[in-house]
Design a protein around this ligand. Sequence first.
Ligand SMILES: [Mg+2]
Ligand SMILES: [Zn+2]
Length: 167
Amino acid sequence: MKKAIFLDRDGVINDNKKPVNKPKDLILYPWTIEALKILSNQGFMLFVVTNQGGIEMGYFTEDDLKTIHDEMMRIFKSEDIPIDDIAYCPHFKTKCECRKPSPGMLIKLSENHDIDLKKSYMIGDREMDITAGLQAGCTTIKIGKPCKNAHYTVNNLLEAAKLIVNL
Ligand SMILES: [Mg+2]
Ligand SMILES: [Zn+2]
């Protein structure tokens, strides 16, 4: 079994001050590439798990989301960063198992990629990310304001990566 990092997208990988509805709205944080390289070099598979309820709300389509993620993957590929899969929940009002705080996306990825969730981490900037990670059995790292349930709290993804190296 392999170990993985589950990454929330908005507010972790990219700036989320404005909604990301088009590829040009996706602004990576200046430290994202370095942080992902550190984690990849530690032998973790890398997954993005993102709630994209804007699809069900009609703000953008699944095709729009695909163009955004294609652009994100193009950037990562050009930096030799292997992102192994992207999972998203398109739902907003529909009851589903995938929308965080439910752990559905993490569990499905772990089954598809033979991941040991107990050796894996969930990194997110919202409490729902932490709850999803805890329900999946992962160690959780909160970015930004502390959240009492999270195992660790840090300021950004680079700090999270350096923390994981030292655990
Ligand atoms: Mg977020
Ligand atoms: Zn869903």
